[in-house]
Design a protein. Structure first.
Length: 314
């Protein structure tokens, strides 16, 4: 297969797989499995899969003291981001939560400008305004009632901690494969989630049915391991910017799952809010490499996909 075609296919697949987070999580919730237990199995099974991959490939598990500290910090940020996102599913539609989460590239831009003195461009300012407008439009459910304040705060905290995670990865001196980095991030994240569980006076619930193990494995495999591996291939074949732009499919996938699988409402107002947020993200990710014409085409495609999903729901 041509490298460009392979990279494009892998980039799209990685984004779609990541957008399947609500699929396993909501079904485990319906079976009475708590948020912390759901995340414990997601991280734990993913650690086992990645560990086996490293062993089969005969990759070194060795770490320096500095790498150990940095990876532990990253594990705390990653687990906090995942925990707050998964808790937000209890307060709002999964499609809206996943779309609100996608403001993290805007947060990354703000952090880099504030703490690392990166130049604030007009595109960055416009992106921030568009994302705020999109959040305002999403601040109501399908029946017109306001979203839960707790839900919004949890998603914003999830987005912020993930943005910090990205900045730390970019600014750290870590020099290792993505598989090894993710293995240790998830391992330390697993310890953190277990600590959260104990601090909340809970215990890790046992999965007792094949269906529950299936959903937990889906969470570990699709939005975690497969998404990571395919993204690495895409970045290698077509570059980080096109791969990141394809990441806009992630919240669209989550919205589609919410509407088609869980019967969530989808209205034109919500579609406009989603398009505004994705537009902001495209402006931040694309930067100088994306012309206005390319951004317009990308936005148009996102809008058409959302409109198609809404027609299916109607």
């Amino acid at each position: 297969m041509d490298a460009k075609l392979r990279g494009t296919v892998c980039g799209i697949a990685a984004a779609v797989f990541y957008g399947t987070n609500p699929l396993g999580a909501m079904n485990l919730y319906a079976d009475g499995i708590s948020t912390n237990s759901t995340l414990f199995y997601r991280f734990g099974i993913a650690v086992i899969i990645l560990g086996v991959m490293m062993a089969v490939q005969r990759k070194s598990f060795a770490l320096t003291r500095r790498e150990l500290v940095t990876l532990a910090i990253l594990g705390v940020f990653m687990s906090t981001s995942s925990t707050t996102l998964y808790f937000s599913f209890n307060f709002m539609d999964v499609g809206i939560a996943s779309t609100l989460l996608f403001v993290y590239p805007v947060m990354v831009a703000v952090i880099m400008a504030t703490f690392f003195h990166e130049k604030v461009t007009a595109a960055t300012v416009i992106a921030i305004l568009l994302s705020l407008a999109g959040i305002a439009l999403l601040n109501q459910t399908g029946d017109g009632t306001s979203l839960s304040l707790w839900g919004v705060m949890l998603v914003m905290l999830s987005s912020l901690t993930y943005a910090i995670y990205i900045v730390v990865v970019n600014k750290s001196s870590l020099r290792m494969s993505s598989v090894k980095l993710t293995f240790y991030v998830l391992l330390f994240g697993l310890f953190t989630i277990y600590g959260y569980t104990l601090a909340m006076g809970e215990t890790v619930q046992l999965l007792v049915t094949p269906k529950q193990w299936l959903y937990a494995t889906q969470l570990a495999l699709m939005p975690t391991v497969l998404s990571l591996v395919l993204m690495v291939i895409a970045v290698h074949d077509i570059g980080s910017t096109p791969t990141a732009i394809m990441g806009a499919i992630e919240p669209i996938t989550a919205v589609a799952i919410g509407v088609l699988v869980f019967g969530e409402n989808f209205t034109p107002r919500l579609a406009i809010g989603i398009v505004l947020i994705l537009t902001a993200v495209l402006l931040i990710i694309g930067g100088k490499e994306m012309s206005p014409h390319k951004i317009t085409l990308a936005i148009s495609r996102v809008g058409k996909r959302l409109a198609k999903t809404w027609r299916w729901k109607s």
